[in-house]
Design a protein around this ligand. Structure first.
Ligand SMILES: Cn1nc(-c2ccccc2)cc1C(=O)N[C@H](Cc1nc2ccccc2[nH]1)C(=O)O
Length: 178
């Protein structure tokens, strides 16, 4: 497909700006505008094909990418009525939900006072196996997590920490990372 550009010039794609630019590999010249001697009709036709192809690439990236996903860490305190009243910390968890609430509110105060971080506390105190990753659950989208957890997470801005959230797993504090 003729680009209409002078010999030696080609169209490249700037990922940082998500824009096409013009590059001459032998002279190493690059510019945002077509160089002198470009046949603008041919270039216009070529760029039409280029943009269609780029839209496909953008769509594919969005598909496989992180569109609509967020990344959170959490600290979980389970109790005897938790869906799985066991964790890496404790083979059988017998504390009541009220005791669990007292514990997680104490953690919440420590985090809010700035004397510790959610990640640090999760590492030693969380009853979720994500404790080994400072509570980091990675990226997730709608439909991936229990509803109360999802709604609380998507209501956070990056860097914010949730109030105490209750799910069938137990009581959580959630920090949105991205
Ligand atoms: C959702 N998830 N991710 C991990 C995880 C992530 C990264 C590294 C290791 C484990 C563990 C879990 C998980 O469901 N853990 C459960 C507890 C739990 N229940 C949850 C409900 C909502 C969100 C996170 C939750 N974690 C368990 O260990 O009994």
């Amino acid at each position: 497909m003729a680009t209409g550009l002078p010999p030696g010039w080609e169209v490249r794609h700037s990922n940082s700006k998500n824009l096409p630019y013009y590059f001459n590999p032998s002279t190493k010249e690059s510019r945002w505008e077509p160089p002198e001697g470009t046949d603008s009709e041919s270039l216009k036709h070529y760029m039409g094909q280029y943009h269609t192809a780029q839209l496909g690439r953008d769509g594919a990236l969005a598909q496989q990418g992180l569109e609509g996903k967020i990344r959170c860490a959490h600290l979980l305190v389970k109790h005897r009525d938790s869906r799985r009243a066991s964790s890496w910390r404790e083979a059988q968890i017998t504390r009541s939900k009220e005791e669990a609430r007292g514990i997680i509110e104490n953690y919440e105060n420590k985090i809010k006072s700035g004397s510790t971080s959610l990640g640090d506390l999760a590492t030693t105190e969380s009853d979720c196996s994500s404790a080994r990753k400072r509570g980091d659950l990675g990226f997730f989208g709608q439909g991936d997590m229990q509803k109360e957890f999802e709604e609380a997470s998507f209501a956070l801005k990056p860097g914010e920490i949730s109030p105490v959230i209750e799910t069938a797993s137990g009581l959580h504090l959630i920090e949105r990372l991205e």
